[in-house]
Design a protein around this ligand. Structure first.
Ligand SMILES: CC1=C(/C=C/C(C)=C/C=C/C(C)=C/C=O)C(C)(C)CCC1
Length: 290
């Protein structure tokens, strides 16, 4: 499993280098990478939350689980409608925690867990968002005007880097330099990329793929499955529903919105399915590590 994750990270770096050397400014390259990574790893990594709670299919449990999922989605949708700025900030904080948690999925930490997850996830997210601040600012523009926040980027990224470094030192002295080097190299690369390409490469290869590998490892033991085929079959139903749902909604409203607003709507839809996923994944990871 570690091989697949390392391969994913190498592929992520390769796509970045190819972009920076040969495809700078090429929109087709960015969109093809974005869509491919989103539908093959990004969405599927969150499509088996029900099996992580209860590996063997039980119709009564599944109905109850779906209802709980829909309740969280519905409540968060109401928040987006009435308090969009609060919802955006909550989404970014939840995501920082969730992304940070996946960095330690195979090598758990003991001290200042929540703080460490938020710091490392926050570091990578800030690098991505401030690396292409113009794009970030125009996408979130209909919720909040952040033009004046550009200057804070270097302070935020710098502080989160130092803070994460201290927390890694407290938790993982032996591998401290590996973590710091990864933050410098990957952080530097992500900062140089356009927003959506940087986001999808980090999301796909530093978050979704390691999470999916962990899910596979756990289900393999619990269900005694071997090979990838049955696992892929498990991922298919909810991945298909989510992908079709998101693209149908975007398709219906595309004529009424500009590109930036459509991208924001895309992330709002992602946030709606992410909220319950982050909650269930947190329970699953914490339970597996204890
Ligand atoms: C990239 C980007 C954003 C943040 C996206 C985030 C935070 C996504 C998180 C996804 C998760 C947590 C998926 C679940 O596994 C903004 C600020 C909305 C708009 C500008 C572009």
């Amino acid at each position: 499993m570690k091989d697949i994750e390392n391969l994913g990270k190498i592929l992520g770096l390769l796509i970045s280098i190819l972009y920076l050397v040969f495809f700078q400014g090429n929109l087709t390259y960015q969109w093809v990478c974005f869509l491919l990574i989103l539908v093959t790893i990004g969405i599927p990594h969150g499509a088996i939350d029900h099996l992580l709670e209860r590996p063997r299919l039980d119709p009564k449990f599944l109905t109850f689980f779906i209802l709980k999922y829909l309740l969280i989605i519905g409540s968060y949708l109401i928040l987006w409608v009435f308090v969009p700025l609060f919802s955006l900030i909550a989404f970014i904080l939840m995501s920082a925690y969730h992304f940070g948690q996946s960095h330690f999925i195979h090598s758990p930490i003991e001290k200042h867990k929540t703080f460490t997850y938020l710091a490392i996830g926050g570091f990578y997210l800030s690098v991505i968002l401030w690396g292409d601040f113009e794009a970030t600012s125009s996408i979130v523009g209909s919720v909040i005007s952040i033009e004046n926040f550009e200057i804070f980027g270097k302070y935020l990224i710098g502080s989160l880097f130092v803070l994460t470094g201290i927390l890694i030192w407290i938790n993982k002295k032996n591998t401290f330099w590996i973590w710091v080097t990864e933050m410098l190299v990957i952080g530097g690369v992500l900062f140089s990329l356009p927003l959506l390409l940087g986001f999808i490469l980090y999301f796909g290869f530093w978050h979704a793929l390691p999470s999916m590998a962990f899910e596979f490892k756990t289900l393999k033991i619990r269900l005694g499955i071997s090979g990838f085929k049955p696992f892929i079959k498990m991922l298919l139903p909810f991945s298909t529903i989510s992908i079709l749902g998101i693209f149908l909604i975007l398709w219906f409203v595309q004529g009424k919105m500009g590109q930036e607003q459509l991208i924001l709507l895309f992330f709002v839809l992602v946030s709606l399915i992410s909220a319950p996923h982050i909650w269930f994944m947190n329970r699953f990871i914490e339970r597996s590590q204890n």
